[in-house]
Design a protein around this ligand. Structure first.
Ligand SMILES: Cc1cc2nc3c(=O)[nH]c(=O)nc-3n(C[C@H](O)[C@H](O)[C@H](O)COP(=O)(O)OP(=O)(O)OC[C@H]3O[C@@H](n4cnc5c(N)ncnc54)[C@H](O)[C@@H]3O)c2cc1C
Length: 430
């Protein structure tokens, strides 16, 4: 039974929640963190690319003991048709000196480690505890939370809502709307275990080198979506992400798309002989920061995926979630140490600081999956594959005869303007 009153309660022990709880506890605040999962990370079975800049600000020596799977030295882009892929490899040893700039992590392991740091900093962390409601007084001010552990309200001066993309508690309290089908992508993924030496031989990797593969093309059957393959120490995660609105419209079953992806010859050869040991589904925000909900109110702030602070192009969502948690914590600490009551006016410093962070970050935050998908993902993929097939397979005809039909069908199916605009848009997104 928790009878104490806290300076802050943090709902959720994902990237944003851990960053917020750690930052406040380090500053000597009395923090309670509540996580519904068996342990922090148990509900987050995905891989992620970690850009360490933001984490380094919180835990400077994180490289000493964080569970980092591999350092990223290569990204591959595959455009798939049904039988082949046209690929691009970008290998970048020069970026990865003594302090590598990107890592592959498995969230189950990473979040657990992150949570241990939160406990070390002095926060009380309770897992297997679902927050069932944000408790409000008669004026609507959030005064604490109700959980499935006890009937009484656990009280706090401020509640940091770090519940992830679904934002169910915030929606039920009327602070924001639940995400619309065109604002979220559904990710279904599987983890395949393989011995480390087989993974490294198949992907041409040495020691702790890591690679990720992103795929587009016919795999998403014309829907806004993409496939991905993350290579870890002793397992390969692969999956597909499609906009929920497109899945609804097309009546496609995500599991069916994943199965087709796994059976594609280019993918199959990577996971051949492996054991699938985990299957999961998760939403990711796709609305973009411009469509963000309210970020703060009477006694509450919203952080992480719930804010739609995503940048899927640069795989920075986790880092952005960490940044929003840290910035919210700093804002709350500022208000508390000024001795003023925590009013929405005071909490608005959080939004100001977050906007500054977004404005200073290197790239805009586009909603990638909203780019016109039909050409790039279906028609172009098939035609580019066909052009490469023609190029590779000489059958005694002249070059002009071979190239002619492919170029003509490419242009007639898309038109000059769409080809140029698509190419331009992709260029802008990078
Ligand atoms: C398949 C996949 C691949 C991804 N790849 C990348 C990548 O390569 N790079 C990258 O940077 N990002 C990636 N992301 C995105 C990244 O995972 C998210 O941006 C990040 O997890 C958001 O952090 P968060 O703390 O807001 O939410 P979450 O990490 O989702 O954490 C929310 C936590 O709150 C808990 N919770 C929810 N409701 C309650 C409640 N009522 N009571 C108690 N606890 C509750 C949940 O159990 C969960 O632990 C990927 C996401 C997916 C799904």
């Amino acid at each position: 039974m928790i009878g104490d009153r806290f300076d802050a309660i943090v709902v959720g022990a994902g990237m944003a929640g851990n960053a917020a709880a750690l930052s406040m506890a380090k500053r000597g605040m009395k923090v309670l963190q509540l996580e519904r999962g068996e342990y922090s990370g148990s509900k987050n079975t995905q891989n992620a690319i970690l850009n360490p800049e933001v984490l380094e600000g919180l835990i400077p020596d994180f490289r000493a003991d964080a569970p980092l799977e591999r350092r990223l030295v290569e990204q591959r882009f595959w455009m798939l048709d049904e039988r082949s892929h046209v690929g691009l490899r970008y290998r970048f040893h020069h970026c990865n000196g003594k302090r590598p700039d990107r890592y592959l992590i498995l969230r189950t392991r990473f979040d657990r480690w992150f949570s241990a740091k939160v406990r070390e900093a002095g926060a009380t962390v309770l897992c297997q505890t679902s927050v069932t409601e944000l408790a409000q007084n008669r004026t609507g001010r959030v005064i604490g939370v109700r959980t499935d552990r006890q009937r009484d309200i656990i009280q706090a001066d401020v509640v940091v809502i770090a519940e992830g993309v679904n934002k169910s508690l915030a929606t039920r309290a009327g602070f924001c709307a639940c995400p619309k089908p065109h604002e979220v992508a559904l990710v279904v993924k599987q983890v395949h275990s393989l011995p480390r030496r087989i993974i490294e031989a198949r992907l041409n990797l040495k020691r702790d080198e890591g690679v990720m593969i992103e795929t587009t093309g016919t795999i998403s059957r014309g829907m806004s979506g993409m496939g991905f393959i993350y290579v870890n120490k002793d397992c390969i995660s692969l999956g597909i992400a499609c906009l929920v609105s497109d899945l609804q419209r097309a009546g496609e079953r995500p599991y069916g798309i994943l199965e087709r992806f796994k059976r594609h010859s280019s993918v199959l050869r990577l996971i051949e002989g492996s054991e699938p040991n985990d299957y999961s589904a998760h939403l990711i925000p796709e609305g973009g920061y411009n469509g963000k909900p309210r970020l703060f109110g009477e006694g509450w702030v919203l952080v992480g995926d719930a804010v739609q602070l995503n940048n899927v192009v640069r795989h920075e969502d986790s880092s952005l979630a960490i940044a929003s948690g840290r910035i919210a914590a700093e804002a709350i600490f500022r208000v508390k140490s000024s001795g003023d009551p925590i009013t929405p006016d005071c909490l608005s410093v959080y939004e100001t600081m977050l906007n500054q962070f977004v404005a200073h970050s290197k790239k805009p935050f586009p909603a990638l999956l909203h780019t016109r998908p039909e050409n790039f993902r279906l028609t172009h993929a098939q035609l580019i594959a066909k052009a490469m097939e023609n190029f590779a397979r000489l059958e005694g005809t002249s070059d002009a005869k071979q190239d002619g039909p492919t170029s003509a069908s490419f242009l007639s199916s898309c038109g000059w303007s769409w080809s140029v605009r698509d190419a331009f848009r992709r260029r802008l997104l990078r």
